[in-house]
Design a protein around this ligand. Sequence first.
Ligand code: ATP
Length: 309
Amino acid sequence: MTHYAVRVRALRKRYRETVAVDGVDLDIRSGEVFGILGPNGAGKSTTVALLRGHRTRDGGEVAVLGEDPERAGRDWLARIGVVWQDESAAEELTVAETVRHFARYYPRPRDPDEVIALVGLEAEADSRSKHLSGGGRRRLDVALGVIGDPELLLLDEPTAGLDPVARRRFQRLVRALADRGTTVVLTTHDLEEAERLADRLAVISAGRVRAVGAPATLAGRDEREAVVRWREPDGAEREAVTGTPTSEVAALAARFGGEVPGLRVSRPTLEDVYLRLVGQDGQDGQDGQDGQDGPAPVVPGSGAGEWAP
Ligand SMILES: Nc1ncnc2c1ncn2[C@@H]1O[C@H](COP(=O)(O)OP(=O)(O)OP(=O)(O)O)[C@@H](O)[C@H]1O
C-alpha cells in the first residue's frame, strides 16, 4: 500500500482578485523527493505555504502527515522542516549559536555540529550570520530546516543564489535525507536540478497542475518522437524525426557499413516538455496529467500513522 505524506484535493487560494491556487490535486508519497515546477507567479510558494498551514486556504482538502495543517498542533509542526524563499536567520548570533538555538525547539533534534557540516558551514560556524554571503545564509536556512530531523521537508527555491559547488552539495544533502526516509518537497526553477533530484515532478501554471510524473516520463516525454542526426559523406548534416530511432540507426549503420559519422539520437528534454506544458512554446499548455492517482476525497486525519516514522 502506498503511504502518502501529502494529499491535496481541489485546493484553492485567492489573494483579493488574484487566484493563486486554482483547484490543485497532489499525492506526495512518503519518502519521495517531489519537485514543483512552474513559471513565476504559478502558485508554487502559495501551495507550499498552504501545506505548512502558513496561509489559510479558501477551499479544498489538505492532509499533511495525516493532519489538516490549519488544525494541527505543535507536535505536528515539529515533524516538518521548512525553508522559505526569503528567509534570513537571526543576525547577531553566530552560525553555531543559531543552529543550537533552533535545535532546542525540537523534541529530537539532529546534532548541530553534524548539521553545520552537512550544509558546509564548518568554516563559518563562529561567524555572525549577518556576515555570511547570500549563499552562506541560504545554507544556514537549510541547516535550520533540517535541524529538527523532520519527516517532511518543504523547500521553496532552496538553491536560488547558490554557486554550482554549493548546489551540488545541497543536492547530495537532499538525496541523503531521502535515503533516511525524509519526504522532500521542493520548488525550483532549475530544470536540471529537478531532473537530477526529484523522483516525481508536478508542473504548475496559473494555479493548476498541468502534469505529474517522473522526470523521464513526464507528460509522455519518453514516448515522444526522437531526432536522429548524422553527417552524410558529402558533409551535409541530416536529421530524421522518428518514433523508431533504433531501426533508423540500424538502417544508417547498414548503409554506412559501420560507424555513422556524427551520429546523435535525442529525445525531448525536460525543458522541451516543461515549455510546452506551461504554454511558452506557442501551444496551449494543457497537457493533462500522468501518474496521478484518482481524485479520491481526502479526509484530514484519516492518514494518521500511514507514513514511515
Ligand atoms: N501575499 C500576497 N498578496 C497578494 N498576492 C499574492 C501574495 N502572494 C502571492 N501572491 C500572488 O499569487 C500568485 C501566486 O504567487 P506565488 O508566490 O505562489 O507563485 P510562485 O509560483 O511561487 O512564483 P515564483 O516562482 O515567482 O516564486 C501571484 O500572482 C502572486 O503575485
